[in-house]
Design a protein around this ligand. Structure first.
Ligand SMILES: Nc1ncnc2c1ncn2[C@@H]1O[C@H](COP(=O)(O)OP(=O)(O)OP(=O)(O)O)[C@@H](O)[C@H]1O
Ligand SMILES: [Mg+2]
Length: 312
């Protein structure tokens, strides 16, 4: 799985408005992998994808698709890449099957009814093949967009927010589809806000924040970091300092000494909570409330950016 299918070097983008949407991004995508790009709104995910797909012009840097420059070998890149954009645009009055078949033709591929039939069946669109686009639900339209993007048999598929605003069922279908694509050795790069989604589907995850790719990791490694939780212990009497008897838990004192915070790994076999509570009781430190807090993606960003927290 180490053959590099897509290589991004020093890619940056400053929009006409002066917004620096990407700041020198380097990234290698392996053939056949599912790569999830995670990041908050405005992080630069769509900009990155749109540059690779030739929809937005880069301010600098380069992209190699199977080793060929994506601008000088534009036709090569275009034939290899399929894109399901974040914003759905559809040909309102065309029936589903014609929309998909037409898309294939745009890439100079010969007509292939069997291929289109297979694709529509796979996306549960076969029953809707004669329905005009306007009459489809949003979720169905999204499926058609995927069928269009796959119509010319690309080797790299970009899915920009494939499950934003879709129901649970369609989200599951989408995950199944991505897994199917993986078994065909199609490389998939998707963007998402949902950790859960990256966890379900991705082999590797890239975290992008303010135009910078701040982490690229195997999913397992990143998820381990995402498994961090914080236990907040609200004390009856405030503490001035953390007693040395509690040093092994690496606690933090917050809220003017009214709150002890303990960070633990929720995936670990032993979280250390039980022993901590026993020790508190031994020391006669009384508490009135407890709360746990799961690290959010934002927390992880902060952590990644500052590289602060030591791994517990
Ligand atoms: N056409 C444009 N002109 C000017 N600025 C833009 C344009 N498109 C995007 N931007 C800005 O570039 C930054 C990155 O936007 P981008 O759409 O790439 O983010 P994103 O990660 O895809 O966000 P979202 O999760 O909301 O889809 C944002 O600050 C955005 O406002
Ligand atoms: Mg976007």
């Amino acid at each position: 799985m180490s053959e590099i299918i897509l290589s991004i070097r020093g890619l940056h983008k400053e929009y006409g408005t002066g917004v620096k949407a990407l700041k020198s991004v380097d990234l290698d995508i392996r053939k056949g992998e599912i790569f999830a790009l995670l990041g908050p709104n405005g992080a630069g995910k769509t900009t990155l994808i749109n540059i690779i797909c030739g929809i937005v012009t880069a301010s600098g840097g380069e992209v190699l698709v199977e080793g060929k420059n994506w601008q000088t070998d534009y036709r090569h890149a275009r034939a290899r890449i399929g894109l399901v954009p974040q914003e759905l645009t559809t040909d309102a009055f065309e029936p589903v099957s014609r929309t998909v078949a037409f898309s294939r033709g745009l890439f100079g591929k010969p007509r292939d009814d069997a291929r289109i039939e297979e694709l529509l069946k796979r996306l549960s669109l076969w029953d809707k093949r004669k329905t005009i686009m306007m009459h489809l639900s949003g979720g169905m339209k999204r499926r058609v967009m995927i069928a269009k993007a796959l119509s010319h048999e690309p080797s790299i598929l970009f899915l920009d927010e494939p499950t934003a605003g879709v129901d649970v069922e369609l989200r599951r279908d989408m995950w199944d589809l991505v897994r199917q694509l993986r078994s065909d050795r199609t490389t998939v790069i998707l963007t998402t806000h949902y950790i859960e989604e990256a966890e379900e589907m991705a082999d590797r995850v890239g975290v992008i924040s303010r135009g910078e790719l701040i982490a690229v990791d195997e999913k397992q490694a990143l998820m381990a970091r995402l498994g961090k939780k914080t236990l907040k212990i609200m004390l009856v009497e405030p503490l001035e300092t953390i007693p040395p008897e509690l040093s092994e838990w690496n606690l933090a004192l917050e809220d003017d000494g009214h709150q002890l915070c303990y960070q633990f790994d929720s995936h670990a076999e032993r979280t250390g909570i039980a022993s901590l509570m026993r020790r508190l009781s031994d020391l006669g430190i009384a508490y009135k409330d407890l709360a746990t807090h799961q690290s959010s993606l934002e927390d992880i960003f902060v952590e990644l950016v500052h590289g602060e927290r030591a791994s517990a």
